[in-house]
Design a protein around this ligand. Structure first.
Ligand code: SF4
Length: 439
């Protein structure tokens, strides 16, 4: 269907409201509740066509006995079976005293949440294993360092209606849901994700307010759907929302920010890919952390998205002791390219409250970019950036290639650190005081 035809359609909301899910005694949607999964009525053939690595099979046979490949590959099963509590964690992991104490005292948003699939990639006996560190809290999370804040990027300040952040002139951030399939301990939106009964309960009514704002603001041409994770929303509701956005004539470009293709690759069903394809131009930024994530399952999820014509880019947060090493970052970037994902951003870890143990110096990011740029395929080098606290937006940081000027020659440093001259008559770049030179 053409974009024009779609825009002319009178789109109706999904039949079920977003907040009509059954809830447990704490007000948590049932799909958020900690419970062992109930197995669906009939295994679906489609689920059997998704790859299961040997490690994953060993894992579910050991920790989820009786589970079939069809259950394991059913994203609803994965979602319901998420590891959500100390008891769930203890069943799978040999927890350290530090982890046990930290999980035991946690309350509020950013709970523990790990899909069984993602848990199968983690070191069960090793608290220092990289993926495990990103998802199981330690007592460091309760230490607040100077400069840290709950909302360091000042998103709440730029929130124009609940869930809609309008900071840049022509684009907005649409926080579609507070739910993720897994909860990363360094999350920029730790204040509002996975918060049962809290202030960020998303609903169709809230979406309608955001849509009304977008319809009224003709300067907005680009909408980034994030959250939470937009792909945690069911196909029908997401289709409806994308359709409503597509029906707004001045919106040219839609993006989805998600981690689901990595932590719940089974969610990328063929029907989801087909639905997303209707809403082009649609781009996707996928949150990757470590080469251990590059499994056969992730090869399949990214292939389905790429085959649906969705340009894929990666976003990676630089994390101390996890991926702050070119020997880790390079295979990750190469693996992404091989899966048709363009390494897009490498982020300095935001100063979220309790994230100091994850943060490296900014210099470390430059060191990694220096190790990539020129030393491997240009497409494999992401842009390194700091999201400026206080709402300053993204600031790109690059190794300094401009050395100075010698007359008409600009002096440049290449990837090997060698200095080269570039003829640039009349230029002022590289002068110590270009203002004076011009006068
Ligand atoms: S998936 Fe994204 S939004 Fe969800 S906890 Fe991780 S970083 Fe935060």
């Amino acid at each position: 269907m053409s974009l024009q035809l779609l825009r002319g359609r009178d789109l109706k909301p999904p039949l079920r409201a977003l907040h009509d899910k059954p809830r447990d005694s704490r007000g948590t949607p049932a799909e958020e509740a900690t419970q062992l999964p109930s197995i669906g009525p009939k295994p679906r053939k489609a689920a059997l066509r998704f790859p299961v690595s040997a490690e994953a099979r060993d894992f579910y046979q050991r920790f989820y006995p009786g589970t079939s490949a069809a259950d394991w590959n059913d994203w609803h099963w994965q979602f319901r079976a998420r590891i959500r509590s100390l008891a769930d964690l203890s069943r799978v992991f040999v927890l350290s005293e530090d982890e046990r104490a930290a999980v035991g005292r946690h309350e509020g948003p950013l709970p523990v949440g790990i899909t069984p699939y993602y848990a199968s990639l983690m070191g069960r006996d090793d608290p220092a294993e990289p993926l495990r560190r990103t998802h199981i809290m330690t007592r460091d999370e309760y230490v607040r360092l100077p400069g840290e804040a709950d909302d360091p990027l000042g998103e709440d300040h730029d929130t124009v209606v609940p869930g809609l952040v309008h900071r840049y002139p022509d684009r907005v951030l649409f926080l579609t849901t507070g739910t993720c399939s897994t909860y990363c301990r360094y999350c920029t939106r730790s204040r509002l994700v996975g918060n049962p009964g809290g202030e960020y309960q998303f609903s169709t009514r809230q979406w309608e307010r955001a849509l009304a704002y977008l319809e009224a603001h003709t300067e907005i041409r680009d909408v980034l759907l994030s959250g939470g994770d937009p792909l945690s929303i069911g196909d029908d509701k997401l289709d409806w929302l994308l359709g409503r956005l597509r029906a707004i004539k001045h919106i040219e470009f839609l993006r989805i920010g998600t981690k689901i293709p990595v932590v719940l690759p089974q969610r990328i069903t063929k029907s989801l890919a087909k639905m997303l394809k209707k809403h082009h131009p649609l781009w996707m930024s996928i949150h990757f952390t470590h080469p251990r994530e590059l499994t056969p399952e992730v090869t399949e999820s990214t292939a389905r998205l790429a085959d649906a014509g969705i340009p894929l880019g990666s976003q990676t947060v630089l994390l101390k002791g996890i991926n702050d090493d070119a020997a880790v970052m390079k295979p990750l970037m190469h693996g992404l390219l091989a899966r048709r994902v363009k390494p897009y951003y490498l982020y300095q870890c935001d100063p979220i409250r309790g994230s100091g143990h994850f943060r490296t110096s900014v210099e470390k990011g430059i060191e990694i970019i220096r190790a990539l740029r020129g030393h491997t395929t240009g497409y494999a080098s992401p842009s390194f950036c700091v999201d400026a606290p206080g709402g300053g937006g993204k600031i790109l940081i690059a190794p300094d290639s401009i050395v100075g000027r010698d007359g008409d020659d600009l002096l440049l440093r290449n990837f090997e650190g060698k200095i080269y001259r570039y003829p640039d008559p009349g230029g002022t770049l590289g002068m110590k005081d270009p203002e004076r030179a011009v006068s």
